[in-house]
Design a protein around this ligand. Structure first.
Ligand code: SF4
Length: 166
């Protein structure tokens, strides 16, 4: 519905990483996101989910760009009418941010490749964000493996572990 007829969305592959922008329009990268979060936080510095930023940084590396147009549809507005609300802005990234993110992506890919070859899961809690573990259905398995491997947990994970086992 939001996609103009002259937009394209090619599948790109680089170093074994596959990426597809929501659309390329007038030779610019575009991402369209929806969220149930309130729009009132939009202009706070860390309001964008880190996964969106990682994705755009990765896309910039693959497409040799430093800018990404981001359209956000706040489904519930700012939790008061009018809703939905739509925000559109251009994210600008430095070459250093783009390079660092790509290094992180390649590092995680190498860990995944190795895990697939060896058929052994990667070390728990070491290659993901804390919030991913918090809502993960495998958390108990990872807590158990961590105890077995004596892997260092974050303070938050150690507290959850204590609650689970006390
Ligand atoms: S709890 Fe889930 S997200 Fe966290 S390391 Fe284990 S499998 Fe990965």
């Amino acid at each position: 519905m939001l996609t103009p007829p002259d937009a394209s969305a090619p599948v790109i592959e680089k170093n074994g990483i596959i990426y597809r922008p929501d659309m390329i329009l007038s030779d610019r990268l575009n991402e369209v996101k929806t969220t149930r979060k309130s729009a009132k936080y939009h202009y706070l510095d860390d309001a964008l989910p880190v996964t969106w930023v990682d994705y755009m940084l990765g896309g910039c590396y693959m497409m040799d760009r430093t800018e990404y147009d981001l359209i956000i549809l706040y489904i519930s507005g700012n939790f008061a009418p009018p809703f939905p609300q739509i925000y559109a802005e251009t994210e600008q990234f430095s070459q250093e941010e783009i390079r660092e993110n790509w290094t992180k992506i390649l590092h995680r890919k190498a860990i995944l490749d190795e895990a697939l070859i060896l058929n052994i899961p990667p070390e728990p809690f070491q290659n993901c964000y804390d919030w991913e573990c918090k809502y993960c259905r495998y958390q108990l398995v990872c807590q158990t493996l961590t105890r077995d491997l004596n892997v260092k947990m974050t303070v938050e994970q150690a507290e959850e572990d204590k609650e689970l086992w006390s």
